[in-house]
Design a protein around this ligand. Structure first.
Ligand SMILES: [Zn+2]
Length: 124
């Protein structure tokens, strides 16, 4: 069953909410790349140039690495949400990209940014 207009509006609302949340989370660990639209770059953890202690330096590098990982996964989720909103605009939201079948509503409820049906999802 294709999604009704009301349902699509409902998921659009959800996606917009999620987008705002992700934007907030991203702004903690990253900033918008001024050169590439839609791209984020991780911000540096505060580095104290006066730190001479090796252990403290190691901690700082570890923290930077962690930030990059968090930033990556947030950015990935953010991209998926943005893409889903694009599909809402184009009128292809809720349709599997692989087979063109309608994506199960329960699946969209759990994962509003889903772009494939259960059969064609790569992971999970
Ligand atoms: Zn499919």
């Amino acid at each position: 069953m294709p999604l009704t207009k009301e349902k699509i509006e409902y998921f659009k609302e959800k996606l917009n909410k999620r987008k705002a949340e992700l934007e907030k989370e991203l702004s903690v660990v990253a900033r918008k790349n001024p050169d590439v639209k839609g791209d984020w770059e991780p911000t540096q953890a505060d580095m104290n140039p006066m730190v001479s202690d090796r252990n403290e330096m190691a901690d700082t590098f570890e923290e930077m690495e962690e930030r990059a990982v968090v930033e990556d996964s947030l950015e990935e989720q953010f991209d998926l949400v943005v893409q889903a909103l694009e599909r809402v605009k184009k009128g292809t939201y809720g349709i599997c990209e692989t087979c063109g079948e309608d994506i199960d509503e329960r699946r969209l409820e759990a994962l509003p940014a889903a772009k494939n049906c259960v059969k064609h999802t790569k992971n999970k």
